[in-house]
Ligand binder design. Structure first.
Ligand SMILES: [Zn+2]
Length: 243
């Protein structure tokens, strides 16, 4: 038995680091709203970041961007991604189904009765199990905040703690350098909404946490690229990716 373990350990040790496909796992397995997550593991000790996409089903850019992050190769720690938190909403292209509930207003859940509350609880357990030190939740809004202050399009909301504020300022500065049109530049306008995942992570876990909001008044591929630009910048600042 010991020899088998040694042989397996040897073969695992010679696998190329970073090339392995991301490990997949299921959330709410066996339910209609089951979804999957992926873990890109560097194989090196280090922090874990959680990235959520598709929490609202009518906001597809975050889901598409998060799926691409599953293919990233971190240089340390782990990148954990749940690309389609609200899989049924994404299929129906609606923010959420009434019988499921809003999956970004359940942190912490008041009970575990609705599917949204069950998913919220499972994501909180995932945050604890992976001991995450950063949360990035990818969303979209109706239009550009710079044209209509009632909309959050092209904003980065940061949790109400020092580490989030500093990273948010650095990130927006860096990402905006690559955006020529003023209206498309990202603004820092405040903190994540109460009972959202980023609000919870900042307040109860005391970690860096962000809600990214792109404006839906742009081609999908531009919105996906903008999400990825912000994610790459945050992951680089956090040490997961090489600059
Ligand atoms: Zn949203």
């Amino acid at each position: 038995m010991r020899i088998v373990v040694l042989v397996i350990t040897f073969f695992l040790s010679i696998l190329p680091v970073g090339d392995a496909a991301a490990e997949r796992f299921a959330l709410q397995a066996g339910t209609q709203w089951e979804t999957y997550g992926c873990i890109a593991d560097s194989g090196q000790a280090g922090p874990a970041v959680l990235i959520l996409g598709g929490v609202h089903g009518n906001e597809p850019a975050g889901a598409a961007a998060a799926e691409k992050v599953c293919g990233f190769s971190p240089i340390l720690g782990k990148i954990v991604v749940v690309p389609q938190v609200n899989s049924l909403g994404l299929k129906g292209q609606v923010r959420y189904l009434p019988e499921i509930g809003d999956m970004n207003r359940v942190y912490p859940p008041q009970g575990e009765n609705t599917p949204a509350e069950q998913m919220g609880m499972e994501i909180i357990r995932l945050m604890q199990r992976q001991n995450i030190t950063m949360l990035i939740d990818l969303h979209e809004a109706r239009t550009f905040h710079r044209l209509d202050a009632t909309s959050l399009g092209q904003t980065l909301l940061f949790a109400n703690n020092g580490v989030s504020a500093e990273l948010a300022m650095d990130t927006v500065d860096a990402v905006n350098r690559g955006i020529s049109e003023d209206v498309r530049k990202f603004a820092l306008v405040g903190h994540p909404i109460r009972t959202s995942s980023a609000w919870y992570a900042g307040k109860y876990l005391g970690i860096a946490a962000f809600t990214v909001e792109t404006s839906a008044q742009q081609p999908l591929e531009d919105r996906v690229e903008q999400h990825l630009a912000i994610v790459r910048e945050l992951l680089t600042d956090g040490g997961w990716l090489r600059r």
